[in-house]
Design a protein around this ligand. Structure first.
Ligand SMILES: CC(C)(COP(=O)(O)OP(=O)(O)OC[C@H]1O[C@@H](n2cnc3c(N)ncnc32)[C@H](O)[C@@H]1OP(=O)(O)O)[C@@H](O)C(=O)NCCC(=O)NCCS
Length: 171
């Protein structure tokens, strides 16, 4: 049975451990999707997913981590949201680990994020994706997110990437 829950401190520590372990394999899909593809340094990503960083982000009160838990409470994916202002929630990341994709788990996680946003009186959820990230874009489009913007930006790790922004209007 798969479930989605908001991570407490222990859950965040477990998530960081899982991510660090997946990222230590340079052949892994997670490494390729998050490090190799955007030209980010491995060090930058490991720091971004370190226990300290995740706990600090969660403690800010503006960010929530959702865990997708499979059999034996194994973490099979996660989502992170950031409250941008009183009306707008950003879906910062949603990742289902490779061997668990295409089973509806991403949609389950997204539904939980949307349910919680509805309770918080949020008006819209926004999400950015790389222009070429076909699977992410199809995932958002299938889930009724609408394309609102395309923009080329200079990320903190250097270079340039073209991002597309999708919006899910709640009210
Ligand atoms: C994008 C992602 C979160 C989707 O999660 P998932 O559990 O595989 O998605 P679901 O099974 O709920 O799929 C829902 C729909 O999304 C679309 N979709 C999902 N994966 C897709 C793929 N690889 N190619 C094309 N469309 C895809 C399909 O329309 C799918 O519906 P269908 O299976 O009936 O055709 C997951 O593939 C992932 O983690 N990818 C790598 C990280 C990433 O790109 N995250 C988003 C940016 S942070």
């Amino acid at each position: 049975m798969v479930s989605v829950c908001v991570a407490d401190e222990q859950g965040i520590r477990a998530l960081s451990k899982k991510l660090q372990s997946l990222l230590s394999d340079e052949d892994s899909q997670l490494y390729r999707d998050n490090v190799a593809k955007f030209g980010v340094t491995a060090e930058y990503v490991r720091e971004a997913f370190s226990e300290g960083t995740l706990l600090q982000v969660a403690a800010s009160g503006k960010s929530a981590f959702y865990l997708v838990l499979g059999d034996d409470e194994e973490i099979v994916g996660f989502a992170q949201t950031i409250q941008r202002d009183t009306e707008t929630l950003e879906l910062d990341r949603i990742v289902i680990f490779p061997e668990h994709t295409r089973k509806g788990y991403g949609t389950m996680a997204l539904k939980k994020v949307i349910e919680d946003a509805e309770q918080k009186q949020v008006k819209a959820i926004i999400v950015n994706a790389g222009k070429d990230e076909v699977q992410a874009r199809q995932f958002y489009e299938k889930n009724n997110f609408k394309l609102i913007k395309e923009e080329t930006v200079s990320p903190p790790w250097g270079g340039k990437i073209t991002l597309v922004t999708y919006k899910y209007q709640l009210r």
